[in-house]
Design a protein around this ligand. Sequence first.
Ligand code: OAD
Length: 258
Amino acid sequence: MTTENREQIAHATELLADARQIVVLTGAGVSAESGVPTFRGERGLWRSYRPEELATPEAFQRDPALVWAWYQWRRGLIAQCAPNPGHHALARLALQRDGVTLVTQNVDGLHHRAAREEASRLGSAGPEPAFPLEVHGAIHRDRCSGCSRLTEAIPGDDPGPPGCATCAAQLRPDVVWFGEALDPDVIGAAQQAALGADVCLVAGTSALVYPAAGLPELTLQAGGTVVEVNLDATPLTARATVSLHGPSGELLPLILGA
Ligand code: OAD
């Protein structure tokens, strides 16, 4: 590691240690080292698949079996992945400090799994940690496209979406598709946290998809600072006080002292 990197890491650590309120925004990059494919970039999902054929309400109407099969494939893949040291460092931060709000665009549930593992390691007897705010939903849940009832998804190779046990309408993954609105309560809570944060720690996101990408902007507008962790530069990099380039599974434990 270069001296400059060490200084940048120390600066990030200091900003986070001094912050009273921290909001963390994560994207697909934090799960890349766990083996979950990202969306953009050389090996991203959107290189091989077209979002409009798989991740829109129109696509589901046109060909529910195709969309269902793609999500079942992703569910199978995610089921074989485990949280990495980046997820664990963030889980410890949120469990051990007050004033931390973790917001993720990821639907893979790995932050939750890391939180459960850390909570049991720390011996906390309380209920399951109620984070992160999953602004794009959760792939391990199904939602009825008729009555909106939520159920735990059952992995398998069924030929198409099963019917809801209550109203018989088709089940769909409980994720946000292109052209759909985010849950106003969830994104609203994330925006409040971003506005009140002294530091917004942004990790592993291309910072391109709004409204999630607007969260660091809210922190900046309110006078806070941004610390970014990413393999590459993003549209946010120029406005970050500290921008660390490298794998989040290595950098997050370093800056969080975990
Ligand atoms: P992207 O795939 O757009 O971006 C992933 C980012 O992570 C890129 O900036 C990479 O440089 C960075 N990255 C990759 N590996 C990394 C690593 N090991 N450590 C640190 N950074 C790494 O993913 P998102 O920004 O999450 O939306 O995408 C945003 C949304 O677009 C997703 O939630 C999804 C997608 O369409 C919906 O499904 C609604």
